[in-house]
Write a protein that binds this ligand. Structure first.
Ligand SMILES: [Zn+2]
Length: 258
């Protein structure tokens, strides 16, 4: 049944151009693993996926026109993006099968709330009429540039975390898991922006004289490295912030059981 639900969701996502072919396969595997962990795990995953897709599609054209010259990827999510956002949650779900414990609910909630908060803060923040500022230097940066923050984006991140908290309550997870979703989601947003503004790879287009994450810019120019580590891409940063959310889940679980 889990396979059928996962396959249906992936088919709908493929048809609506939310997932690339490789992204579809990764999402299917993730769906099967979570279904094996239990209906509630599958429910949280599907809830995350549907709400993230809806917020991504909200005013999509307007957002793409604003940030397509800065961000590395857009539109359909590929396998790496699916793994970066759901890989830690899937690993936690698998661990809960091998060694059942209430701790996994907090850890899983933290991991997926982190991904949700990241997604929401990016998607909502891109619509901000105010120019983002670098979380590191405080200077104005282009919309879509990693490490740039706006109040609207921060509010979006909180909303993304709260959505996951609601979903965990709906599927019957513990109060501690819901609390972890909110705190973990917000913390992960901060981690995402801090890493995005420091270690994440930055490139420079000579033609357009602007910072970008693209190797080949929208103008066709091959961009030059301009800071950060080449292997710390947006996907790596997203996975690290999901790991931060999971880690916070460990601490909050231990705290709630004092
Ligand atoms: Zn260019």
């Amino acid at each position: 049944m889990g396979f059928l639900v996962a396959a249906t969701v992936v088919l709908v996502a493929r048809r609506s151009e939310s997932l690339s072919p490789s992204g579809g396969i990764a999402a299917l595997v993730l769906g099967i693993v979570c279904s094996a962990a239990g209906l509630s795990w599958a429910g949280v995953l599907v809830g995350f996926f549907i709400t993230a897709t809806l917020v991504s599609r909200f005013r999509r054209e307007r957002k793409e026109s604003r940030i397509s010259n800065v961000v590395e990827k857009g539109g359909e999510r590929d396998a790496l993006q699916v793994i970066a956002n759901g890989g830690i949650f899937g690993t936690v779900a698998a661990a809960s099968i091998i060694h059942p414990s209430a701790a996994w609910l907090c850890i899983g909630a933290g991991a997926i709330a982190a991904s949700s908060a990241d997604t929401w803060s990016t998607e909502i923040g891109t619509l901000s009429s105010v120019m983002p500022r670098s979380i590191i230097t405080g200077r104005s940066v282009s919309p879509g540039q990693s490490g740039g923050v706006t109040w609207l984006g921060t509010a979006g991140g909180v909303a993304g975390a709260v959505v996951i908290a609601f979903i965990t309550i709906l599927v019957g997870w513990s109060k501690a898991a819901a609390v972890t979703a909110i705190i973990g989601g917000f913390t992960a947003c901060l981690v995402d922006s801090l890493l995005g503004g420091t270690l994440q790879v930055k490139r420079w287009c000579d033609q357009c004289t602007m910072t970008t994450e693209r190797t080949i810019h929208v103008c066709g120019t091959t961009t030059q490295p301009a800071g950060g580590f080449p292997w710390i891409t947006n996907d790596v940063v997203n996975m690290l912030s999901s790991a931060a959310g999971a880690l916070l889940g460990v601490f909050l679980y231990l705290l709630s059981n004092q």
